[in-house]
Write a protein that binds this ligand. Structure first.
Ligand SMILES: *Cc1c(COP(=O)(O)O)cnc(C)c1O
Length: 504
């Protein structure tokens, strides 16, 4: 029995099993009659028949089947299961577009402070001054980082931020008696963009990317008219490239009275270097769970603050945390607010982590985050280009999209097989088949938190897999073999959520 190994720096396998392959027995299999996870001290309280305490009609007719295990066995069982997770704390997680970087524990510590966790969101402002001050300060910092005029912290994730942005767009146009129908989106966009547009009541007009992997400016101009409410752009875009004609696009969209939406999921690439507000954007969301610490990936809470330019401030969701004229903190609702986007003030603990991350880095520290994230991606791009040619052969930003198209044509091994084989090597898979415009796409986002040794270890594993694709393509199609769940039928797994583990 082989266990999946963690790739320690330098490509040396550590002996710590990451996702042990031994089938974990169920609690019932561990059960021994009479064993129990608790003992009561001798109390002197006399034992009484149940019937004397509970009406007979409510009593079970037969004993309920409960596993009988000791506390020690119980803890060991769940601890073993918890070690089968792959996480940012355990290994390299180069899942492009998701910014799965290591999150400093300092941020968790701040978010766990008693003064923060013990406050109910309905607490009156007079009794939660510290919390409101924290939110106000975070809004100010996010304005400075993005170059925008104001922020709402309410949206609970990036996609919720997108919907908020589209509702803001629609409020803005409506206030001008303008009923616009369409939103332009590049064909490389994240799937949430068109979904949010539809949910926001607009129609999508898709703009093709050109051979450089950038938005085709001529196509944008051709699609523009007074029916266009705005354009949603991601910059750097989802192929990891910086949009070069952003000022020209901004001017053209504003010329027809449209607004510019910035999908800020890739903010990690430009922190402290350029600001969306300075590029001419009117609305943007941030995925603070990606850029500003908060472990995500298991469906846990995130936050998607939305920043806007001056002309949209009056429409922001409310109530907004504010510093009042008398110096105290309270709430105010903007005059033409679109209303609430969250029942309270947003996912507050994620926001506390965000502020901690910003404060502990400072402006120059945030800039270093972006510079190192970009350096790491470019180092990896050059290191693996022999086997995995980049989709667009130029300097990339914080992530690199390579194509396994040539490998597939020569050996039959697909991007999916390569991603699955990487699990066997102790790495999380990269993003695959996204963006949709790249053939057999593999999208790596190393982030700034990985060392040169870890990047080298990943590169060596990728080389090994490319060699295996030639020597033994069949084995790649069966990977992974040593993880708790082996190759699943993708379509079935998405529809049938109850896993059927094979007992080995
Ligand atoms: C992650 C991501 C989103 C969606 O954000 P969530 O916080 O997952 O809702 C949108 N656009 C891009 C480019 C992303 O990477």
């Amino acid at each position: 029995m082989k266990s999946t190994i963690n790739q320690a720096p330098g490509g040396k396998a550590s002996s710590a099993p990451l996702m042990g392959s031994a089938a974990e027995p169920t609690l019932f299999e561990l059960s021994v009659p009479g064993r129990s996870a608790y003992q009561l001290r001798t109390t002197g309280v006399p034992e009484m028949p149940l019937e004397s305490l509970i009406p007979a009609s409510l009593l079970r007719e037969s004993d309920v089947d409960i596993a009988e295990v000791s506390e020690r066995d119980l803890v060991a069982h769940f601890t073993r299961l918890s070690h089968r997770q792959f996480s940012v704390d355990l290994g390299f997680y180069p899942l492009g577009s998701c910014t799965m970087k290591y999150n400093p524990k300092f941020c968790d510590e701040v978010a766990n402070m008693v003064g923060l966790v013990d406050v109910h969101p309905a607490t009156p402002a007079s009794l939660s001054q510290g919390w409101i001050e924290l939110l106000v300060e975070l809004e100010a910092d996010l304005c400075e980082i993005t170059g925008m005029a104001a922020v709402t912290l309410q949206p609970a994730a990036g996609a919720a931020g997108e919907l908020t942005g589209l509702l803001l767009m629609s409020a803005y146009h409506r206030a001008r008696g303008d009923r616009r129908k369409r939103i332009l989106i590049p064909d490389s966009a994240h799937g949430t963009n068109p979904a949010s547009v539809t949910l926001g009541g607009y129609e999508v007009t898709t703009i093709p990317s050109d051979e450089r992997g950038l938005v085709d400016v001529a196509a944008v101009k051709a699609a523009l008219d007074t029916d266009v409410a705005g354009i949603m752009l991601t910059n750097p875009n989802t192929v990891g490239l910086f949009e070069e004609e952003i000022a020209e696009i901004a001017a053209a969209v504003h010329d027809v009275g449209g607004l510019l939406y910035y999908d800020g999921a890739n903010l990690n690439a430009i922190l402290g270097v350029v600001r969306p507000g300075d590029m001419g954007f009117d609305i943007m969301h941030m995925n603070v769970h990606k850029t500003f610490a908060t472990p995500h990936g298991g469906g846990g809470p995130g936050a998607g603050p939305v920043a806007v330019s001056q002309r949209l401030v009056e429409y922001l969701p409310g109530p907004k945390p504010v510093r009042l004229e008398d110096g105290n903190y309270g709430y105010e609702t903007p005059p033409h607010s679109i209303g609430r986007m969250h029942s309270w003030h947003g996912n507050a603990m994620v926001l506390a982590r965000t502020l901690a991350y910003i404060k502990v880095h400072g402006g120059d520290g945030l800039r270093r985050v972006a510079e190192r994230a970009v350096l790491n991606a470019n180092w990896l791009r050059k290191r693996i280009e022999g086997d995995y040619p980049p989709a667009y052969d130029r300097v990339c930003m914080h992530e690199v999209v390579v194509s396994a198209g040539a490998i597939k044509r020569e050996t039959g091994a697909k991007a999916l097989d390569i991603a699955k084989a990487l699990l066997e090597e102790g790495f999380h898979a990269p993003t695959v088949y996204f963006p949709l415009i790249v053939d057999e796409a593999l999208m790596f986002e190393p982030t700034e938190t990985e060392s040169l040794q870890t990047l080298e270890a990943l590169a060596q594993s990728l080389e090994k897999i490319a060699a295996k694709a030639i020597s033994d393509p069949g084995s790649l199609a069966l990977a992974p073999q040593s993880t708790p769940v082996r190759r699943v039928d993708e379509a079935r797994a998405a529809r049938q959520l109850i896993p059927t583990f094979d007992a080995r």
